[in-house]
Every structure is written in structure tokens, then in C-alpha cells.
Design a protein around this ligand. Sequence first.
Ligand code: PNS
Length: 161
Amino acid sequence: MEKIAVCPGSFDPITLGHLDIIERGAKTFDRVIVAVLHNQKKEPLFTVEERVRLIKEATSHLEHVEVDWFGGLLIDYVKKSNAQTIIRGLRAVTDFEYEMQVASINKKIGPEIETFFMMTDNHYSYVSSSIVKEAARYHANVDDLVPANVAKALKAKFKSV
Ligand code: PNS
């Protein structure tokens, strides 16, 4: 059986911390689907199309990685994709409570789907999309926190701010 994992997230935008988890996931599973949440209630910096494009460019070196978006329940998307596993990165203890809540509700809704947690590389333990956006908004250099295409896209977004 092909081992398929979904790596879900908002990815607004993808960071090098996310990329590290995706790269390591791709070594562990036959196929990894990076799934961008399209949340109607949130107002992201990048549209879902932009986020998908940025991830596709940043993961173009990875053979068994695909990029897609989803709305609604993650478990429904995982089942529709014939995947068996959800991959999430854990940066610090502060992530744990939220991740445990989400993993527990997902286990209740889809008991056959497993959640795999991977510790984020120490280099990126403080990196989040939010912190990157805040720094980039005020023109701080984030080149070593995000893929090069994302750094360029952030500069373009905040050019006139
Ligand atoms: O990058 P994020 O914002 O931490 O990712 C959160 C995400 C997308 C994994 C989570 O919000 C999610 O799965 N949302 C879809 C709705 C859902 O299935 N929620 C959990 C059960 S109610």
C-alpha cells in the first residue's frame, strides 16, 4: 500500500521551518500532499492561489510532494486523498496544547487516520508565518527564515508600507 501523508496548514506564507518538515516527511512517506487551508473567515496576507504557488516553487526539488488546497474538515480531505496520515511540526511546548486538541478531535472524527508529529529543526524553533510577516512588514531581513521566492513575494507585498 502506498503510504500517503497530508501536511496541512495555513502556510501564510510557507517558512523554512515548514519546508524542513515537508522534506523530512517526503523521506518517510511515499507521497506527501501539502494542503493549504482556505479559511473564508480569515483574511490572509497571501491568497490561497498565491500560497499554493509559493509552496509549489519552494518544493519543486522534491519528487513525491504535491501541493493542493482544501476547505472544511481536514479529516474529510485526508480521506478523499486516500491518505492515512497527517503530519504536523512541533516547535516548542507552546504548540503542544493546541496540537493535542486538534489531533484528539481528528482522532474522534476519523479514528483510522494517524497524526505524526515531528520536532522542528532547532534553527527554526522560533519561526512562524506570523513573526515572519511582522518582521517583513517593517522591512526586516527574513531571507534566512523563508524560501527565496517567499522573501521576494514578501518584499513585493510590503513595498509601499
Ligand atoms: O498552519 P495552521 O494554521 O496551524 O494549521 C491549522 C490547520 C489547518 C491544520 C487546522 O486549522 C485545520 O485542520 N483546519 C481545518 C478544519 C478542521 O478540520 N479542524 C479540526 C477539527 S474541528
